[in-house]
Design a protein around this ligand. Structure first.
Ligand code: SF4
Ligand code: SF4
Length: 182
């Protein structure tokens, strides 16, 4: 089985501080209205727990990326390690990928008239560093993983998440395990 790089998201550790999305924005020098990583509030009763749960999500570097499939200019590349990269110089801003991605990941930048998305900081990984979001998280609530070696025991979906069968996302979740009393 080949390498499939993606993210592990640990809901027990996320404190909703948004450090990850800010680090991503800063590292990638994104325009003010663009975010490549979003911290979501999960519906309070989604896991039957009377407490706020936050999870940080970005591109899932899908095994069968719908973005790549939809793009008429081959702006997307799936690397041998599974990372899905968007080549901005090939993008004509048609937004076909925006409509195709079930996770609303590709972001259209009105200023640049092009799309962009998380590339798992592949250039940092190539140098042996962690992605900017992972490095910035104070609680280690997100980290990069090779989904092909992570083993069982992790969730591949969330309440409200699109069906993973559509694009086979390379993301895994650690469900909330501590019931906090209000
Ligand atoms: S999450 Fe969306 S943008 Fe990312 S690889 Fe999958 S289909 Fe493409
Ligand atoms: S907006 Fe860019 S990346 Fe998306 S489908 Fe069009 S050309 Fe491809």
């Amino acid at each position: 089985m080949g390498t499939k790089m993606g993210f592990m998201v640990d809901s027990n550790r996320c404190i909703g501080c948004h450090s990850c999305s800010m680090a991503c924005k800063n590292y990638n020098q994104l325009n003010p209205d663009i975010v490549w990583r979003t911290v979501y509030d999960i519906k309070e009763d989604a896991y039957g727990q009377p407490t706020r749960i936050t999870m940080s999500l970005a591109c899932n570097h899908c095994e069968e990326p719908a973005c790549k499939e939809a793009c008429p200019t081959n702006a997307y590349e799936k690397r041998a390690d599974g990372i899905v990269i968007h080549h901005e110089e090939r993008c004509i801003g048609c937004e076909m990928c925006v409509y195709a991605c079930p996770y609303n990941v590709p972001q259209f930048d009105k200023e640049k008239k092009k799309v962009g998305k998380c590339h798992l900081c592949y250039e940092r990984l190539d140098e042996g560093l962690s992605p900017a979001c992972v490095s910035s998280c104070p609680t280690q609530a997100i980290y990069q993983i090779d989904v092909s070696t992570i083993g069982d025991g992790f969730e591949n979906s969330l309440p409200g998440f699109p069906d993973p069968k559509i694009t086979k996302p390379s993301v895994r979740f650690i469900k909330p395990s501590i019931v906090k009393k209000l």
